[in-house]
Design a protein around this ligand. Structure first.
Ligand code: SF4
Length: 325
């Protein structure tokens, strides 16, 4: 029997190369080894964007399209939308009751976001309870494995603590221990050299057409020491070179040579990189367009995912209610 792996993404905007390299490629490869459950976490999106709830809906559709285009296979894995399985909120309610306030207030991500995010009001009861909903998401499917990045480790630890507290309080073992699946992924920065993010507007989206990709690549930050064509560059400190390493590894030797020996300028170097990224994304974008033309298939995939997810969620919730009442 395959172990269950659970992961989710918030539909807060278009998916970009960072999502592909940092998570989706990993999700695709996990499908053979695990029974994978992937949630479009629209309640999580709502917690941070509650004033713009209407904008979440189109993002959900785009996210499912991107997942399918990247190779998430609905015949192998469950793809569903969190708000279509209300058991998530019910289990969150139960877990909220047993989670000490201090555990949430101490959460480093919560404190960091309150400090850093100034464009949205995160001083809400819902946002404080964000990790409890995450715990409910994972525990509802009794996932043993959760593919996450290192920055999310404190949240997963909280899920484990909540599960242990629940099992201890009700003398049961129905909520299993879950482990992080930490897969090393290459670091991909945005075109301005900062973390790639929708909020920084520095991302190359998976669905960007070729002209947009060319434009974005043309303004990428490069080695600041290379001012004139005759100046030898330092590929190891250039963001463009790190993109070559990921999207065109076959070219890295040549790039290293033309850069460090000042044989080619940055404009040419970026123009070739844009070609490589366009080529890299071509099959993905073709698959995306194919799925986009078949609206009924998308609806069926989402409906089927909801039914499969809900069947598991109902069973777990019934077990939870049996031990608590
Ligand atoms: Fe970067 Fe390419 Fe310019 Fe070298 S030639 S600094 S790798 S953009």
């Amino acid at each position: 029997m395959k172990k269950t792996a659970f992961s989710a993404m918030r539909p807060t905007g278009k998916l970009h190369l960072g999502h592909l390299i940092g998570a989706l490629n990993n999700w695709v490869s996990l499908q053979d080894q695990y029974k994978c459950i992937f949630a479009v976490a629209d309640w999580h999106a709502f917690m941070g964007e509650y004033e713009h709830g209407k904008e979440i809906q189109p993002n959900i559709h785009d996210m499912v399209l991107d997942w399918l285009a990247c190779g998430i296979d609905p015949d192998q894995s469950i793809i569903f939308i969190q708000s279509q399985v209300p058991e998530h909120l019910e289990l969150q309610m139960v877990l909220s009751c047993i989670t000490p306030l201090g555990w949430l207030e101490r959460n480093p991500t919560y404190k960091e976001q309150l400090r850093e995010v100034t464009s949205r009001d995160l001083q809400t009861y819902g946002f404080l309870g964000y990790p409890v909903l995450q715990a409910a998401d994972i525990l509802l499917y009794k996932a043993q494995a959760v593919p996450i990045g290192e920055d999310q480790l404190p949240h997963l630890e909280l899920t484990r603590e909540i599960a242990r507290r629940f099992n201890h309080l009700y003398k049961t073992d129905i909520l299993p221990d879950c482990n992080a699946l930490l897969t090393p992924t290459p670091r991909l920065l945005g075109i301005d050299g900062r973390k790639m993010s929708k909020s920084y507007q520095n991302a190359i989206n998976l669905s960007d057409p070729p002209d947009v990709i060319r434009k974005k690549v043309s303004i990428m930050f490069t080695d600041p020491a290379r001012i004139k064509l005759a100046d030898p560059g330092h590929p190891d400190v250039c963001n463009v070179y790190s993109y070559y390493q990921i999207f065109a590894p076959q070219d890295t030797k040549a790039v290293y040579d033309w850069c460090s020996n000042a044989k080619k300028g940055c404009t040419d170097c970026k123009s070739i990189l844009a070609d490589r990224i366009i080529k890299f994304l071509e099959p993905l974008q073709e698959r995306r367009q194919k799925f986009a033309r078949d609206e009924k298939r998308i609806k069926d995939i989402i409906k089927e995912g909801q039914q499969k997810a809900q069947a598991i969620a109902r069973e777990t919730l019934a077990q939870v209610k049996e031990v608590i009442f």
